[in-house]
Design a protein around this ligand. Structure first.
Ligand code: UD1
Ligand code: MG
Length: 483
């Protein structure tokens, strides 16, 4: 819309993510440690984009290339700008590294910390709004604060006698009296961009850590007669910073509990043991689905209504239809399972495996980049890789698609109503026509025509099967009774 009556300045976001995070005792940059299966910094970037900023600037330093790669999974290149902080001289210095991009911008700058991952977009929007509306003119800086029972480690908000902002004092520089203050700096702020950079030039590093603190800027602005406002938030968990692995595990637990409660109350999903179930925030699970203990659902997994997922199963980035039963100890990754299928126990689906409706995969069966057609079955001890299998086909116990010649992968194509005998080796590339039958122990090296019975090693045709009765009779001779 053009010519809005109260046109607001542009919003830019700056995410601080250059620190090493010494307290993590890790070889990985702190912001790359994962919560809910995604790096902390990605949570922050995703939330930031919900505010539709012009650009998200990410200050990188320690393991900068890795942080950049991770962030680009979340943000598109046109909306992200990476700013290198060469030496990690403090949060003030981190912001200063973006000076060349931002100092002359007539914008509102929302500063976020890469290690405060649970902040919600609604909270940030309210912060920006208060910043812009402060006393009808807007503030030069607005700080997101919260009161904590235990404020240890955080910068404290010192207010003057009238209750207005005075300054921020870091834990390490605070007097005993100041350490008693419960209101803390969340590390999230809104600034008038130009005023921020002007004040930043005066920040010194004469503090206990010898660092340039961003937290000195609000007091400098105030001393220059600028308005600094405080936005006190009530949800302490949302603004918790993560500085060590104990806090990381605590945050993971909070998020998981929140996701599972929402699924039970809003979506109608049953959890037998919610405390020992791990569900990604990005997953979607349908009504009356029952999740047993020790199940892990990762990434953007979709599960339909009325499914049962038994213990020990892990499902990652997959789509599961309605009425699917997944028995114990299955691993399902990047795959699709249609309505009314049965899987497991101990099955492994990966690499875009697909089961069409009412298909069945049993114990110790692996499907890789394979389509198992409607109503088809692979019930025992089988590897199906790079295969396409038609409808109502039975794959006997011990069947293997020999899909790899040491250099290349090759495809196996099996038609409808085929009966693959137990222990058949399908040496790809190979095709088996509709209605064909392979004898137990066949080594199929050549294409099998429709309705042929092949046996032996290498398998040769011995009979054409004309009628359904004949096929069934031959198949029952050839196929292990287990199937
Ligand atoms: C900071 C605040 C503190 C606040 C707390 C909230 C300062 C001086 N202190 O402390 O008042 O209560 O956050 O969580 O700002 N970073 C860089 N470059 C650096 C240093 C840090 O990019 O040179 C990044 C880190 O990667 C991190 C963020 O800035 O994402 C905050 O740094 P951190 O060292 O965790 O600051 P805190 O001690 O938590
Ligand atoms: Mg921190």
């Amino acid at each position: 819309m053009d010519n809005l009556p109260n046109e607001q300045p542009t919003l830019d976001v700056l995410v601080l993510a250059a620190g090493l995070g010494t307290r993590m005792r890790s070889n990985l940059a702190k912001v790359l440690h994962q919560i809910d299966g995604r790096p902390m910094v990605n949570h922050v970037c995703r939330t930031a984009t919900a505010l539709a900023p012009r650009k998200v600037y990410v200050v990188i330093g320690h393991h900068g290339e890795d942080v950049k790669t991770a962030v680009l999974e979340e943000l598109d290149k046109d909306h992200a700008e990476f700013v290198w902080q060469k030496a990690q001289l403090g949060t003030g210095d981190a912001v200063n590294s973006a000076r060349e991009f931002l100092e002359n911008e007539d914008s509102t700058l929302l500063v976020l910390s890469g290690d405060v991952p649970m902040i919600r977009a609604e909270t940030l929007a309210a912060l920006v709004q208060q910043h812009r509306n402060h006393r009808g003119k807007g503030a030069s800086c607005t700080i997101l604060t919260v009161k904590l029972d235990d404020p240890t480690g955080y910068g404290r908000i010192v207010r003057d006698d009238a209750g207005f902002f005075d300054n921020i004092v870091e834990q390490k520089d605070a007097s005993d009296e100041e350490r008693k203050i419960k209101e803390i700096n969340s590390g999230i702020y809104c600034f008038d961009t130009k005023k921020l950079f002007a004040a930043l030039s005066s920040v010194q590093n004469n503090n206990s850590q010898g660092e340039y603190y961003l937290t000195d800027v609000p007091a400098l602005l105030r001393a220059a007669g600028e308005a600094v406002s405080l936005y006190q938030h009530t949800d302490a968990k949302e603004v918790s910073g993560i500085n060590n692995r104990l806090e990381l595990a605590g945050m993971e637990r909070i998020l998981r509990r929140r996701t599972i409660s929402k699924m039970m109350l809003d979506y109608g999903v049953s959890f037998i043991d919610p405390k020992n179930t791990y569900i990604s925030e990005q997953a979607n699970i349908g009504r009356d689905t029952v999740i047993h203990p020790n199940v892990t659902i990762e990434g953007e997994t979709q599960i339909g209504d009325g499914c049962t997922i038994r213990s020990g199963t892990r499902i990652t980035n997959s789509r599961i239809g309605r009425g699917v039963e997944i028995l114990d100890n299955c691993v399902i990754t990047d795959s699709e399972i249609s309505n009314d299928c049965t899987v497991g126990p101990f099955a492994h689906l990966r690499g875009k495996a697909k089961m069409e409706e009412k298909a069945k995969v049993g114990n110790f069966v692996e499907l890789k980049k394979t389509i198992l057609g409607r109503g088809s079955k692979a019930n025992h001890l089988t590897y199906l890789g790079d295969a396409t299998i038609g409808e109502k086909t039975n794959i006997g116990a011990g069947t293997i698609t020999c899909n790899y010649d040491g250099i290349h992968k090759h495809a196996t194509n099996i038609g409808n109503n085929v009966k693959i005998g137990s222990d058949t080796m399908l040496v790809a590339p190979v095709k088996v026509g509709d209605g064909a039958v392979t004898g137990a122990g066949s080594v199929v090296t050549k294409d099998v025509e429709a309705n042929k019975l092949v046996v032996g090693a290498p398998a040769r045709a011995i009979k054409t099967l004309d009628t359904e009765t004949q096929k069934s009779a031959e198949a029952s001779k050839c196929i292990d009774k287990l199937s």
